[in-house]
Design a protein around this ligand. Sequence first.
Ligand SMILES: Nc1ncnc2c1ncn2[C@@H]1O[C@H](COP(=O)(O)OP(=O)(O)O)[C@@H](O)[C@H]1O
Ligand SMILES: O=P(O)(O)O[C@H]1O[C@H](CO)[C@@H](O[C@H]2O[C@H](CO)[C@@H](O)[C@H](O)[C@H]2O)[C@H](O)[C@H]1O
Length: 461
Amino acid sequence: MSIPPVDDDTMVTLLTEWLPGQRWFAGKGRRLSAVRIARRVILLDHEDVLVEHLLVDVEVDGRPQRYQVPLATAESLPDDRRALPLTPEGASPVVYDGLRDPRGTESLVTHLAAQDHVGGLRFRLVEGAPAPEPARGRLLEGEQSNSSLVFGDDLMVKVFRLVQPGLNPDVELHAALAGRECPAVASLRGWVELEDDMADGADGADGATTLAMAQEFLAGAADGWAMATASVRDLFAEADLLADEVGTDFADESRRLGAAVAQVHDDLAAATGTTTRDGSEIVAGMRARLDDAVAEVPALDGFADAARAVFDEVAGSGPVPVHRVHGDLHLGQALRAPDRWIIIDFEGEPSAPLAERRVPDSPARDVAGILRSLDYAAQHTLVGVDDRQLRFRAREWRDRNVDAFCAGYAEVSDSDPRETGALLRAYTLDKAVYEVVYESRNRPSWMGVPLGAVERILATD
Ligand SMILES: Nc1ncnc2c1ncn2[C@@H]1O[C@H](COP(=O)(O)OP(=O)(O)O)[C@@H](O)[C@H]1O
Ligand SMILES: O=P(O)(O)O[C@H]1O[C@H](CO)[C@@H](O[C@H]2O[C@H](CO)[C@@H](O)[C@H](O)[C@H]2O)[C@H](O)[C@H]1O
């Protein structure tokens, strides 16, 4: 071994300082304690760099979390100026983010191509998937809960940061959709898992815990949020034009996106099976979320009774058809590749327990997610702007695109979201309530967007 590993105690001290500053750290602003290295395995022992794979257990406000942290140790930092060192300036050796080291990233695809077993880590390729060529990975920048690396032109490896025991729904559902040859997702190439470490077997395939997912990378794809907001900006810039007269009118894309989401739903239903859940069981979660939200955000107080009445309507409506769905769909989770829309990130809400994320739900949850996102795209630039004409135009853009999305959905599915009345209304309200809390914590100046939606949904009686 050329570079000796830093001892566990020192590493824990370094991690305690470093973890809270990482973009993917899910406990921002909260108290981190009880940092402990749960596993530590050497991925690459090169003459001038040691790449290790660590699973690190922590407590955030007393609640346990486990993070996946590949780290590199070397005499000096690599060229990447964002190497994110854990060690202080001038230290030797230096410890830094292993996903910023070219040899570290290359070791991931080398192990994948060979389907290696390394100290309990199993690298697996989907049957028939091309073995990746050795290559250095490029980290995607931007707001993400995980860390995604792109290799060459068409491979992406997403390293899950917050790790829960069992099979991750992203891999599970991409695999299920691959079995249906669903065109509206990127194809799954492989995954990395930890052999029966901490799963009880109930959740994951043979008790393994998913650590990473390899999938087709669609170079040049634009995300739906960027496209939709560009369209709204253009509309606002053309005072004399209607939404359908602006060059970047988004309605055709909304229609295609609706068709893609319906395709994903049909394939998920066929691949994972359909069942029913009683309306009262479905709204139990919505009611609980509302109670928590009202306790946290006083602005919701005046809406609580009317919101409960919307949920009551679904509670009394009997069985609701359900199947596995995306669970956290918004325009940022839809990518427009040159020839089609694809839906990404089937992980569900990362902070929810895996078992909860894998419960079958109504496809109305995903439809509501996109409808809310179209409203956001139209309204978010008008926060604090007192311009009646722009507000009118924003609503016009939203309604036109909501209609187009639903029409596209109905072209593929045998149900039209516009005909699902009380159920879609409850899911949309539930999402808007969730967003009020999300914005109050993360972007308080945007809170008016979902709050306005809550008011509007409740006013349509
Ligand atoms: N298959 C893909 N092809 C091209 N880009 C992708 C693909 N999947 C994800 N991306 C890009 O990577 C970003 C992060 O992916 P995502 O799955 O949402 O990760 P996270 O779980 O970290 O939020 C997306 O916003 C998108 O820009
Ligand atoms: O991190 P995730 O992608 O799982 O989702 C969280 O962050 C989203 C913001 O990035 C947030 O989405 C809300 O804002 C979007 C615009 O930035 C908008 O398109 C969505 O409709 C709206 O819900 C999401 O709620 C949150 O869970």
